[in-house]
Design a protein around this ligand. Sequence first.
Ligand code: PGA
Length: 232
Amino acid sequence: MMQAGVTLDIQPDSQALAVQAADFIAAQVRAKPTLSILVATGNTPMPTYAELGRRAARGDIDFSRVTAVQLDEYLGLSDHDPRSLWGWMERSFVTPLGIRQSIRLADPAAFEADIAALGGIDLAILGLGPNGHLGFNEPPSPPTAPTRVLALTPASLESNRAYWGELSVPTHAITAGMNVILSARAVLLLVNGAHKRDILRRTLEGPETPDVPSSLLRRVPLTVIADEAAWT
Ligand code: PGA
């Protein structure tokens, strides 16, 4: 039995997950064309973004008034570094969807001021770190953790290695704070694969604790779309 405010939607596989997630996001954009979206990179949301890109290319949905807000970034990279998460968000989300306005995460205070000027985050699209991190809010991260610079944990350095082949994973990052994530009007958490099963159970059924930052999402209107491998 899920907590009030939490919806868990299990889909047979990652493609069905992507279609369901795209439906969810498209419905929000239709209801509010100026939606502000906090945008995760990582492997999990990529099929969802590709599905949204196809719908935008067909003219089924118009993202031109949406604002994309960057969730996290490595420190110490040049703008053209292939590991830039800004670049990944641009390639996978902003450009294919035809989004014209984005907020970049570079300076914590300026970033939080930009979000306030925008009227807050309407929708946070998040992946689930194997250690329960959200963005780079590494455990422990209390609900008040602000947007900040931090050192990545060994678990995150290891999981991020999958993205960059021969290139090293930067050791430090900047992340939108738990304060930003938990004040989103809605959160969509996407979870794919058997390797996420344990952390998804702890997210939804374990104690709400800063030691599992994702468990704190149960305080906000939360929709989890997972594939069967991640739940059953
Ligand atoms: P993934 O990353 O979508 O590539 O599994 C999630 C995360 O580490 O935040």
